[in-house]
Design a binder for this molecule. Structure first.
Ligand code: C2E
Ligand code: MG
Ligand code: MG
Ligand code: MG
Length: 281
């Protein structure tokens, strides 16, 4: 009886599942061509000093511009790229392009920026990642300390000792590592202490709940970060009230629509970059 029910249910859902699967496969095939067609671009969102309001860094965020067709959100196409393994190639393009842009801005006299790039956990299984990053840094002249890799908390929890060893080697090179979407996973303070990281990025679900339920957890994360000697970036800061609360609680860096959404490179430069008087660095 149970078996028959199961089969009926499967029959009911199968067409829909098959349709969804077909749509994913189509998107996957499209994405494969997107790189070759030059449809991938990076946008840049400022990370702002909570007290001074000055630029402390920038996060590169991937965009897929399908020329006329509605853009697909990275929240949709990144998981598809991860599933197919295509993320390794796309992720490399992102690292190289972000470093190339940082170098271009430096050559234009804007000084050396701290550039954050999202790293998929799949990329930490790429044995060539370290060598690839070394090459890109050398090629672009970006200082290792100016490149920050963001890895989400949940993905990190699933990872093996091997991946963590790779992160440690990256950090030994001088790169900075940040935990993205922090607070949504289950990492303990003891676990965090073992990780080779520099920065926690408070997930925007908590920031969105300021004023309110988000305040206590934000304060707790800041206290923990202070104990562990980690920098903190709050994500998704949209209001003056959130800004004021976070600055008062000692959160060093803020990111969100309060300052700017992710911008194309020209707009970002016009709004956030100023020529340095001396071209040192
Ligand atoms: P994330 O790394 O946590 O990036 C923050 C996301 O929040 C971005 O969405 C950004 O546009 C959005 N955001 C920033 N400020 C605000 C705000 O004030 N309010 C609201 N509502 N949203 C804000 P986006 O660009 O759609 O990216 C979504 C996610 O896709 C990223 O989350 C990241 O996990 C992933 N992603 C994006 N680019 C890449 C990439 O190059 N590689 C990898 N592996 N993942 C990427
Ligand atoms: Mg991120
Ligand atoms: Mg995030
Ligand atoms: Mg996210």
């Amino acid at each position: 009886e149970a078996k028959r029910n199961g089969r009926n249910r499967a029959a009911l859902f199968e067409p829909r599942l098959r349709e969804a699967q077909a749509a994913r496969l189509a998107l996957q095939a499209d994405l494969r061509g997107a790189m070759a067609r030059g449809e991938l671009r990076l946008n840049y969102q400022p990370q702002v000093d909570a007290v001074r309001g000055t630029l402390s860094g920038v996060e590169a965020l991937l965009r897929w511009d399908r020329g006329g067709i509605d853009p697909v959100s990275p929240a949709v196409f990144i998981p598809i790229a991860e599933e197919s393994g295509l993320i390794v190639e796309i992720g490399r393009w992102v690292i190289r392009e972000a470093c190339r842009q940082a170098q271009a801005w430096r050559e234009q006299g804007f000084g050396q920026l701290r550039m954050a790039v999202n790293l998929s956990v799949r990329q930490t299984r790429d044995e060539q990642l370290l060598a690839f990053i070394d090459d890109v840094l050398e090629e672009t002249g970006v200082a290792p300390g100016c490149l920050e890799l963001e890895i989400t908390e949940n993905l990190l929890m699933e990872e093996t000792e091997l991946a963590i060893a790779l992160l440690a080697r990256l950090r030994a090179r001088g790169l900075h590592l940040a935990i993205d979407d922090f607070g949504t996973g289950y990492s303990s303070m003891a676990y965090l202490k073992r990780l080779p990281i520099d920065t926690l990025k408070i997930d925007m679900t908590f920031v969105r709940a300021i004023p309110g339920d988000g305040e206590a957890i934000t304060t707790a994360i800041l206290a923990m970060a202070r104990q562990l000697g980690l920098a903190v970036v709050a994500e998704g800061v949209e209001t003056g009230q959130q800004h004021a609360f976070l600055a008062r609680e000692g959160c060093g860096t803020l990111q969100g629509y309060r300052f700017d959404p992710p911008l194309d490179p020209e707009t970002f430069a016009a709004r956030w970059l100023q020529p340095r008087t001396s071209r040192a660095s």
